[in-house]
Design a protein around this ligand. Structure first.
Ligand SMILES: [Zn+2]
Length: 333
């Protein structure tokens, strides 16, 4: 009887003590400024603390810089093959180089796809068919790579956004917003060490049936494809109004890419068509961070204006993506 009571008391003590530990460690990471639970991942056995957890927790992206990127991009429409699309690519390239990245332009000839294909999504053969005899023009992807610098880590993580727009809009929401988030994330993580390869991809010609991303994925070797742990796309973020950004997947279900975000309060839904789909078609875990439009048809219309962007929403997404990335940069192998 006595023994049992003693054991009971010891158990009570352990329960109270572990409760206290959970309270202390759990509350310490809660960042009230973001309005979402931004607890960062606790290092588990597959990770080493290459990056100080305090540095990850205290990372804070600059929403005014993101607004400036959107302002610079949205002076004109940037349709596929246009001089304006090329100029935007050149500007983004110099900007990425100023953060310390090596950036390269991948040019590709294209055909105006809507005239040549009648089914969306495409048939298998059409999706990867770049055998063009008479191109309608040339567009380009911009690729900036952060190589692993701790060891010879083999894993690749992709962050992408398309910088073209359709012909009749300056495309602030669709998709200068995604580009602005990508650029600010790239700037914030540039100086940290990494155990994985991070590729920042800015796609041209997305509005022409994902042309740039299809071309890019098609250009990857089988070995490279296998090394990609996840592709995270950014398309249509920060429209003012009640809708939050979500993690969009091909089937609306959680996949390996979503698992990187498990410590953040983001809903998973069926993604709208965007460049992540090119990775899905190649069997790579992919998602698109996007916001369901408040106004129907927002993306391709004149109403897609910088005045309708809520910069606090850009910051929420950029902070989360930067922290997810820093945690992934500590992954082994
Ligand atoms: Zn888009």
């Amino acid at each position: 009887m006595n023994k049992i009571t003693n054991r009971f008391n010891i158990m009570k003590f352990i329960i109270v003590l572990s409760g206290l530990i959970i309270m202390v460690t759990g509350c310490g990471n809660f960042n009230q400024n973001e309005g979402v639970n931004s607890n960062t991942k606790t290092m588990n056995s597959s990770k080493k603390a290459y990056i100080n957890q305090d540095d990850i927790n205290s990372l804070s992206t600059d929403e005014n810089r993101m607004m400036q990127t959107i302002k610079n991009l949205t002076l004109t429409p940037r349709p596929i093959g246009s001089n304006e699309e090329k100029a935007a690519c050149a500007d983004l390239k110099s900007e990425l180089e100023s953060y310390g990245y090596q950036a390269e332009v991948q040019e590709f000839p294209y055909i105006v796809q809507s005239l040549k294909l009648n089914n969306i999504p495409f048939g298998e053969g059409e999706f990867w068919d770049f055998n063009i005899s008479q191109p309608d023009g040339t567009s380009q992807n911009l690729i900036a790579v952060k190589k692993p610098n701790i060891s010879d880590g083999k894993n690749i993580l992709i962050i992408s956004a398309h910088y073209d727009s359709s012909a009749h809009t300056t495309g602030a929401i669709d998709n200068a917003s995604g580009v602005a988030v990508l650029m600010e994330v790239a700037r914030n993580i540039a100086s940290f060490p990494s155990n994985i390869e991070v590729r920042f991809l800015l796609f041209g010609g997305e509005e022409n049936y994902l042309y740039g991303s299809r071309y890019y994925v098609n250009s990857l070797s089988e070995g490279e494809r296998r090394r990609i742990i996840a592709a995270i796309n950014l398309d249509c973020i920060g429209e003012e109004g009640p809708n939050p950004a979500t993690l969009g997947t091909n089937d609306g279900k959680e996949n390996a890419a979503c698992k990187l975000f498990t410590d953040y309060d983001m809903q998973i839904d069926r993604g709208a068509m965007s460049d992540y789909y090119s990775f899905v078609k190649a069997g790579i875990p992919a998602l698109s961070i996007a916001q369901n439009p408040v106004l129907a048809g927002t993306g391709h219309e004149l109403s897609d204006d910088i005045a309708r962007i809520d910069k606090a929403k850009l910051k929420t997404v950029a902070d989360i993506v930067a922290k997810v990335l820093l945690n992934a940069m500590c992954l082994e192998k």
